[in-house]
Design a protein around this ligand. Structure first.
Ligand code: IPM
Ligand code: MG
Length: 349
Protein backbone atom coordinates (compact mmCIF):
# COMPACT_ATOMS: atom_id res chain seq x y z
CA UNK A 1 0.00 0.00 0.00
CA UNK A 2 1.39 3.44 -0.95
CA UNK A 3 1.69 5.85 1.93
CA UNK A 4 -0.35 9.00 1.59
CA UNK A 5 1.45 12.21 2.55
CA UNK A 6 -0.36 15.52 2.83
CA UNK A 7 1.99 18.36 1.85
CA UNK A 8 1.54 21.93 3.09
CA UNK A 9 4.06 24.23 1.34
CA UNK A 10 2.68 27.33 3.09
CA UNK A 11 4.29 30.72 2.57
CA UNK A 12 7.59 32.49 1.81
CA UNK A 13 10.35 30.01 1.04
CA UNK A 14 7.92 27.16 1.88
CA UNK A 15 7.06 26.17 -1.72
CA UNK A 16 10.73 26.47 -2.81
CA UNK A 17 11.90 23.93 -0.24
CA UNK A 18 8.85 21.65 -0.52
CA UNK A 19 9.43 20.90 -4.22
CA UNK A 20 12.96 19.51 -3.73
CA UNK A 21 11.82 17.59 -0.63
CA UNK A 22 9.24 15.77 -2.75
CA UNK A 23 11.89 15.07 -5.38
CA UNK A 24 14.02 13.54 -2.64
CA UNK A 25 11.16 11.45 -1.25
CA UNK A 26 10.31 10.21 -4.75
CA UNK A 27 13.89 9.02 -5.08
CA UNK A 28 13.79 6.89 -1.92
CA UNK A 29 10.29 5.45 -2.19
CA UNK A 30 6.82 5.52 -3.66
CA UNK A 31 4.38 7.90 -2.08
CA UNK A 32 1.09 9.52 -2.91
CA UNK A 33 1.22 13.29 -2.30
CA UNK A 34 -1.77 15.51 -1.74
CA UNK A 35 -1.01 19.24 -1.58
CA UNK A 36 -3.14 21.80 0.28
CA UNK A 37 -3.16 25.53 0.94
CA UNK A 38 -2.09 26.44 4.47
CA UNK A 39 -1.14 29.52 6.49
CA UNK A 40 -1.13 32.87 4.69
CA UNK A 41 -1.86 31.20 1.35
CA UNK A 42 -5.05 29.76 2.88
CA UNK A 43 -5.99 33.10 4.47
CA UNK A 44 -5.79 34.72 1.02
CA UNK A 45 -7.96 32.02 -0.55
CA UNK A 46 -10.40 31.19 2.29
CA UNK A 47 -10.02 33.81 5.02
CA UNK A 48 -8.62 31.28 7.49
CA UNK A 49 -5.18 29.70 7.91
CA UNK A 50 -6.54 26.16 8.31
CA UNK A 51 -9.83 25.08 6.77
CA UNK A 52 -11.88 22.15 8.09
CA UNK A 53 -11.27 20.37 4.76
CA UNK A 54 -7.51 20.59 5.12
CA UNK A 55 -7.61 19.41 8.74
CA UNK A 56 -9.79 16.48 7.66
CA UNK A 57 -7.39 15.65 4.80
CA UNK A 58 -4.49 15.64 7.27
CA UNK A 59 -6.40 13.33 9.62
CA UNK A 60 -6.89 10.88 6.77
CA UNK A 61 -3.24 10.87 5.71
CA UNK A 62 -0.35 8.72 6.93
CA UNK A 63 1.86 11.75 7.59
CA UNK A 64 1.89 15.51 7.08
CA UNK A 65 4.87 17.40 5.66
CA UNK A 66 4.86 21.13 6.27
CA UNK A 67 7.35 23.72 5.02
CA UNK A 68 6.74 27.13 6.65
CA UNK A 69 4.02 29.71 7.28
CA UNK A 70 3.80 33.46 7.80
CA UNK A 71 5.07 36.70 6.30
CA UNK A 72 4.81 40.49 6.62
CA UNK A 73 1.65 40.49 4.50
CA UNK A 74 -0.28 38.83 7.32
CA UNK A 75 1.51 40.38 10.32
CA UNK A 76 -1.00 42.13 12.53
CA UNK A 77 -1.64 42.90 16.19
CA UNK A 78 -5.39 43.01 15.61
CA UNK A 79 -6.74 40.17 17.79
CA UNK A 80 -9.61 39.57 15.36
CA UNK A 81 -7.61 39.28 12.15
CA UNK A 82 -6.59 35.79 10.96
CA UNK A 83 -2.89 34.94 11.30
CA UNK A 84 -0.95 32.18 9.50
CA UNK A 85 0.42 30.84 12.81
CA UNK A 86 -3.12 30.00 13.90
CA UNK A 87 -3.09 27.35 11.20
CA UNK A 88 -0.03 25.74 12.70
CA UNK A 89 -1.42 25.80 16.23
CA UNK A 90 -4.80 24.52 14.99
CA UNK A 91 -3.13 21.67 13.16
CA UNK A 92 -1.01 20.64 16.15
CA UNK A 93 -4.01 20.77 18.47
CA UNK A 94 -6.42 19.25 15.94
CA UNK A 95 -4.18 16.24 15.39
CA UNK A 96 -3.36 15.87 19.11
CA UNK A 97 0.37 16.29 18.43
CA UNK A 98 1.57 16.98 21.95
CA UNK A 99 5.12 15.71 21.55
CA UNK A 100 7.53 17.86 19.56
CA UNK A 101 10.94 16.31 18.98
CA UNK A 102 13.80 18.57 17.91
CA UNK A 103 17.11 16.72 17.58
CA UNK A 104 20.22 18.90 17.76
CA UNK A 105 23.29 17.10 16.49
CA UNK A 106 25.90 19.28 14.83
CA UNK A 107 27.59 17.50 11.95
CA UNK A 108 31.40 17.43 12.20
CA UNK A 109 31.54 19.04 8.74
CA UNK A 110 29.75 22.06 10.20
CA UNK A 111 31.62 22.42 13.50
CA UNK A 112 33.25 25.57 12.18
CA UNK A 113 29.98 27.03 10.87
CA UNK A 114 28.65 27.48 14.41
CA UNK A 115 29.30 30.77 16.19
CA UNK A 116 30.37 28.62 19.15
CA UNK A 117 33.91 27.34 19.31
CA UNK A 118 34.46 23.79 18.06
CA UNK A 119 35.64 22.55 21.51
CA UNK A 120 32.33 23.61 23.02
CA UNK A 121 30.03 21.90 20.55
CA UNK A 122 32.01 18.79 19.71
CA UNK A 123 30.11 15.65 20.69
CA UNK A 124 26.76 17.40 21.15
CA UNK A 125 23.85 15.06 20.43
CA UNK A 126 20.77 16.25 22.25
CA UNK A 127 17.03 16.06 21.79
CA UNK A 128 14.61 18.79 22.79
CA UNK A 129 11.28 17.24 23.77
CA UNK A 130 8.83 20.12 23.77
CA UNK A 131 5.22 19.90 24.99
CA UNK A 132 3.23 21.23 22.03
CA UNK A 133 -0.50 21.43 22.74
CA UNK A 134 -0.73 23.07 26.17
CA UNK A 135 0.62 25.87 28.31
CA UNK A 136 0.46 29.57 27.57
CA UNK A 137 0.03 28.96 23.83
CA UNK A 138 -3.42 27.51 24.34
CA UNK A 139 -4.69 29.12 27.55
CA UNK A 140 -7.48 31.67 27.62
CA UNK A 141 -6.55 35.06 26.16
CA UNK A 142 -8.14 38.38 27.00
CA UNK A 143 -7.62 41.87 25.67
CA UNK A 144 -9.03 45.26 26.61
CA UNK A 145 -7.85 48.67 25.42
CA UNK A 146 -5.29 48.84 28.23
CA UNK A 147 -4.49 45.29 29.33
CA UNK A 148 -4.09 41.73 28.08
CA UNK A 149 -3.70 38.27 29.60
CA UNK A 150 -2.48 34.83 28.47
CA UNK A 151 -3.27 32.01 30.85
CA UNK A 152 -0.75 29.18 31.30
CA UNK A 153 -2.39 25.90 32.31
CA UNK A 154 -1.02 22.37 32.60
CA UNK A 155 -2.75 19.24 33.88
CA UNK A 156 -0.93 16.28 35.46
CA UNK A 157 -2.04 14.16 32.50
CA UNK A 158 -0.51 16.53 29.96
CA UNK A 159 2.75 16.68 31.90
CA UNK A 160 2.97 12.95 32.44
CA UNK A 161 2.51 11.94 28.81
CA UNK A 162 5.19 14.31 27.49
CA UNK A 163 7.54 13.30 30.33
CA UNK A 164 7.03 9.66 29.34
CA UNK A 165 8.02 10.52 25.75
CA UNK A 166 11.19 12.17 27.08
CA UNK A 167 12.20 9.28 29.37
CA UNK A 168 11.56 6.77 26.58
CA UNK A 169 13.79 8.77 24.23
CA UNK A 170 16.61 9.25 26.76
CA UNK A 171 19.78 7.18 26.69
CA UNK A 172 21.23 8.44 29.98
CA UNK A 173 19.62 11.59 31.30
CA UNK A 174 16.56 13.81 31.20
CA UNK A 175 17.05 17.49 32.00
CA UNK A 176 13.60 18.77 32.86
CA UNK A 177 13.45 22.52 32.33
CA UNK A 178 11.00 24.73 34.23
CA UNK A 179 10.71 27.95 36.23
CA UNK A 180 9.66 26.33 39.51
CA UNK A 181 11.04 29.22 41.58
CA UNK A 182 8.29 31.44 40.16
CA UNK A 183 5.54 29.55 38.32
CA UNK A 184 2.87 27.30 39.82
CA UNK A 185 2.59 25.30 36.56
CA UNK A 186 6.35 24.63 36.85
CA UNK A 187 6.01 23.36 40.43
CA UNK A 188 3.33 20.90 39.29
CA UNK A 189 5.55 20.01 36.31
CA UNK A 190 8.46 19.22 38.63
CA UNK A 191 6.34 17.03 40.93
CA UNK A 192 4.76 15.04 38.13
CA UNK A 193 8.08 14.48 36.32
CA UNK A 194 9.76 13.35 39.58
CA UNK A 195 6.95 10.94 40.42
CA UNK A 196 6.92 9.38 36.96
CA UNK A 197 10.69 9.05 37.12
CA UNK A 198 10.60 7.26 40.47
CA UNK A 199 7.79 4.98 39.35
CA UNK A 200 8.81 4.00 35.82
CA UNK A 201 12.28 5.27 34.89
CA UNK A 202 14.63 5.02 37.93
CA UNK A 203 17.45 3.81 35.63
CA UNK A 204 17.50 7.17 33.77
CA UNK A 205 19.18 10.12 35.47
CA UNK A 206 16.83 13.06 36.10
CA UNK A 207 17.85 16.65 36.76
CA UNK A 208 15.65 19.72 37.15
CA UNK A 209 17.05 22.89 35.60
CA UNK A 210 15.58 26.39 35.78
CA UNK A 211 14.98 27.74 32.30
CA UNK A 212 17.29 30.75 32.59
CA UNK A 213 20.09 28.51 33.76
CA UNK A 214 19.31 26.00 31.00
CA UNK A 215 19.68 28.77 28.41
CA UNK A 216 23.15 29.42 29.76
CA UNK A 217 24.22 25.77 30.00
CA UNK A 218 23.05 25.17 26.44
CA UNK A 219 25.74 27.55 25.21
CA UNK A 220 28.36 26.76 27.87
CA UNK A 221 28.22 22.95 27.85
CA UNK A 222 25.81 21.67 25.17
CA UNK A 223 27.46 18.24 25.00
CA UNK A 224 26.38 17.54 28.61
CA UNK A 225 22.70 17.31 27.61
CA UNK A 226 20.95 14.16 26.45
CA UNK A 227 17.20 14.90 26.49
CA UNK A 228 15.81 18.32 27.37
CA UNK A 229 12.19 18.01 28.48
CA UNK A 230 10.20 21.20 28.66
CA UNK A 231 6.87 22.97 28.29
CA UNK A 232 5.58 24.67 25.16
CA UNK A 233 7.01 28.19 25.31
CA UNK A 234 10.33 27.36 26.96
CA UNK A 235 10.80 24.68 24.30
CA UNK A 236 10.09 27.18 21.54
CA UNK A 237 12.76 29.53 22.81
CA UNK A 238 15.40 26.96 23.77
CA UNK A 239 15.13 25.13 20.44
CA UNK A 240 15.97 28.28 18.45
CA UNK A 241 18.92 28.81 20.76
CA UNK A 242 20.02 25.20 20.37
CA UNK A 243 19.81 25.54 16.59
CA UNK A 244 22.86 27.75 16.55
CA UNK A 245 24.93 24.86 17.88
CA UNK A 246 24.37 23.20 14.50
CA UNK A 247 25.60 26.28 12.67
CA UNK A 248 22.27 27.52 11.35
CA UNK A 249 18.56 27.28 12.09
CA UNK A 250 18.41 26.18 8.45
CA UNK A 251 19.65 22.77 9.61
CA UNK A 252 17.08 21.84 12.27
CA UNK A 253 14.18 19.43 11.56
CA UNK A 254 11.28 18.57 13.85
CA UNK A 255 8.68 15.87 14.36
CA UNK A 256 5.38 16.38 16.15
CA UNK A 257 3.71 13.22 17.31
CA UNK A 258 0.53 12.20 19.10
CA UNK A 259 -0.36 9.00 20.86
CA UNK A 260 0.71 5.96 18.92
CA UNK A 261 -2.37 4.02 19.94
CA UNK A 262 -4.99 6.35 21.34
CA UNK A 263 -7.73 4.38 23.11
CA UNK A 264 -10.77 5.42 21.07
CA UNK A 265 -9.59 7.06 17.85
CA UNK A 266 -7.41 5.72 15.05
CA UNK A 267 -3.77 6.79 15.17
CA UNK A 268 -3.27 10.41 14.21
CA UNK A 269 -0.59 11.10 11.62
CA UNK A 270 2.57 12.93 12.66
CA UNK A 271 3.52 16.38 11.43
CA UNK A 272 7.03 17.01 10.14
CA UNK A 273 8.47 20.47 9.58
CA UNK A 274 11.71 22.42 9.72
CA UNK A 275 12.17 24.57 12.84
CA UNK A 276 12.94 27.67 10.75
CA UNK A 277 10.27 30.02 9.44
CA UNK A 278 9.18 31.26 6.02
CA UNK A 279 12.14 33.67 5.62
CA UNK A 280 10.20 36.29 3.60
CA UNK A 281 13.41 38.30 3.12
CA UNK A 282 14.89 35.66 0.82
CA UNK A 283 11.68 34.16 -0.61
CA UNK A 284 11.58 33.67 -4.36
CA UNK A 285 15.35 34.00 -4.84
CA UNK A 286 16.26 30.31 -4.91
CA UNK A 287 18.64 30.88 -1.99
CA UNK A 288 16.85 28.97 0.78
CA UNK A 289 18.70 26.15 2.51
CA UNK A 290 16.56 23.02 1.94
CA UNK A 291 18.51 20.83 4.38
CA UNK A 292 16.24 21.22 7.45
CA UNK A 293 13.35 20.33 5.13
CA UNK A 294 15.21 17.24 3.88
CA UNK A 295 16.01 16.23 7.45
CA UNK A 296 12.32 16.73 8.33
CA UNK A 297 11.45 14.40 5.45
CA UNK A 298 13.85 11.91 7.03
CA UNK A 299 12.01 12.20 10.36
CA UNK A 300 8.75 11.66 8.47
CA UNK A 301 10.15 8.46 6.98
CA UNK A 302 11.37 7.24 10.39
CA UNK A 303 8.71 8.34 12.89
CA UNK A 304 5.75 8.82 10.55
CA UNK A 305 6.02 5.79 8.29
CA UNK A 306 8.47 3.50 10.08
CA UNK A 307 10.87 3.51 7.11
CA UNK A 308 14.16 3.51 9.04
CA UNK A 309 16.58 2.60 6.27
CA UNK A 310 15.12 5.23 3.89
CA UNK A 311 15.37 7.79 6.71
CA UNK A 312 19.04 7.05 7.37
CA UNK A 313 19.78 7.09 3.64
CA UNK A 314 18.50 10.68 3.47
CA UNK A 315 20.44 11.71 6.59
CA UNK A 316 23.65 10.16 5.29
CA UNK A 317 23.21 11.89 1.92
CA UNK A 318 22.89 15.26 3.67
CA UNK A 319 26.00 14.50 5.74
CA UNK A 320 28.03 13.42 2.72
CA UNK A 321 26.99 16.49 0.73
CA UNK A 322 28.16 18.74 3.57
CA UNK A 323 31.40 16.78 3.98
CA UNK A 324 32.08 17.30 0.27
CA UNK A 325 31.83 21.04 0.87
CA UNK A 326 28.20 21.98 0.25
CA UNK A 327 27.49 25.34 1.94
CA UNK A 328 24.31 27.39 1.52
CA UNK A 329 24.41 31.15 2.24
CA UNK A 330 23.25 30.69 5.87
CA UNK A 331 26.29 28.42 6.34
CA UNK A 332 28.66 30.94 4.85
CA UNK A 333 28.65 29.58 1.28
CA UNK A 334 26.87 30.42 -1.94
CA UNK A 335 25.05 27.23 -2.96
CA UNK A 336 21.43 27.96 -3.87
CA UNK A 337 18.46 25.68 -3.25
CA UNK A 338 18.89 23.88 -6.58
CA UNK A 339 22.59 23.25 -6.11
CA UNK A 340 22.05 22.02 -2.54
CA UNK A 341 19.33 19.67 -3.75
CA UNK A 342 21.55 18.22 -6.51
CA UNK A 343 24.39 17.73 -4.04
CA UNK A 344 22.15 15.72 -1.70
CA UNK A 345 20.54 13.68 -4.50
CA UNK A 346 23.98 12.82 -5.91
CA UNK A 347 25.03 11.53 -2.50
CA UNK A 348 21.98 9.32 -2.03
CA UNK A 349 22.94 5.67 -2.06
C1 IPM B 1 7.97 26.93 16.09
C2 IPM B 1 7.43 28.28 15.70
C3 IPM B 1 5.95 28.36 16.07
C4 IPM B 1 5.83 28.16 17.57
C5 IPM B 1 5.23 29.65 15.63
C6 IPM B 1 5.39 29.88 14.13
C7 IPM B 1 3.79 29.65 16.03
O1 IPM B 1 8.16 29.30 16.29
O2 IPM B 1 7.46 25.91 15.60
O3 IPM B 1 8.92 26.88 16.87
O4 IPM B 1 5.95 29.13 18.33
O5 IPM B 1 5.59 27.03 18.00
MG1 MG C 1 9.88 28.63 17.32
Amino acid sequence: MTHKIVTLPGDGIGPEIMTPALELLNTVGEFEFEEHLFGGASIDAHGTALTEEVLAACRQSDAVLLAAVGGPKWDTTDPDAPRPEQGLLGLRKGLGLYANLRPVKPLPALYDASPLRRERIEGTDLLVVRELTGGIYFGEKTRTATSATDVCTYSTEEIERIARTAFNAARTKVSSVDKANVLETSRLWREVVSQLHAREFPHIELEHVLVDNAAMQLIATPADFDVILTENMFGDILSDEAAMITGSIGMLPSASLGDRNPPAAPTNPGLFEPVHGSAPDIAGQGQANPLAMFLSAALLLRHGLGLESEASAVESAVQRALSSGLRTPDLGGDAGTGQATRAVLENLE
